[in-house]
Design a protein around this ligand. Structure first.
Ligand code: PEP
Length: 245
């Protein structure tokens, strides 16, 4: 772990209703007395419908809220069903996940992701930029080439990268229970850090209380993007605690 903070980002995906907010109380309570509170960043990224109530609930807790995607247009417009980054910021989002493979797989390309990142930064959101190779690309041994392309195109014309956090998420690892081998993960994180100097690089993909001991031993990772396990407060707290033990 190389930076000031260790990040724990909860990606709730398309899960959760108003009653799911009750489970966040456990995390607030835990975090209040957690001795690593000052060097830990917890960011909840719920569905858009929960951003406002969640940010109210998290007020004064040092836990922040983010969104999971946005339209690329900064201004308002006739885009039925869409929400832009300004709207997300106005209801309490401080961060936004962009480039997630679940959105890439339904048609988001690097160019569109670049427009979204630029619009989100302009609106004052911090961006959690997801990159990662598919299983097929891993088998073809073109992981670095793929990541390089995602980085170059996704960050095209973005000079100031200080509000961008990279989340390396191998697609084959998301929701599958599989994680990369330690050495591969260390090398890939290093590769990304060389491409984007001074960047924080997180790992995401099937992080859970069982494999966190293994993952935290990789000492160039700056934190974790947690999907499935973050919806269960007990598991999420366990992941955070075990990262320091
Ligand atoms: C994700 O979707 O960003 C993710 C990391 O999911 P999971 O932890 O469920 O693999």
């Amino acid at each position: 772990m190389t930076n000031k903070y260790i990040y724990f980002i909860a990606n709730w995906k398309m899960f959760g209703g108003l009653n799911s907010l009750n489970s966040v109380y456990k995390v607030i309570k835990f975090f209040k007395t957690f001795k690593k509170n000052k060097s830990t960043k917890i960011i909840y990224c719920p569905p858009n419908t929960l951003i406002r109530p969640m940010s109210k609930k998290l007020k004064n807790s040092r836990i922040e809220v983010g969104a999971q995607n946005c339209h690329e247009n900064e201004s308002y417009g006739a885009f039925t069903g869409s929400v832009n980054s300004i709207m997300l910021k106005s209801v309490g989002a401080k961060y936004i996940i962009l480039g997630h493979s679940e959105n890439r797989s339904i048609g988001e390309n690097n160019k569109l992701i670049n427009l979204k990142i630029r619009s989100a930064l302009k609106s004052g959101l911090k961006v959690i930029f997801c990159i990662g190779e598919t299983l097929q690309e891993k088998r073809k041994k073109i992981t670095k080439k793929v990541l390089n392309k995602q980085i170059q195109s996704g960050l095209f014309k973005i000079k100031n990268k200080k509000n961008i956090i990279i989340a390396y998420e191998p697609v084959w690892s998301i929701g599958t229970g599989l994680i990369p081998k330690n050495k591969d993960l260390f090398n890939t994180i290093n590769f990304i850090k060389k491409k984007i100097r001074n960047s924080k690089v997180l790992y995401g993909g099937s992080v859970n209380p069982k494999n966190i001991k293994e993952l935290k031993s990789i000492n160039n990772i700056d934190g974790f993007l947690v999907g499935g396990a973050s919806q269960d407060s007990k598991k999420f707290i366990d992941i955070i605690k075990k990262t320091y033990n």
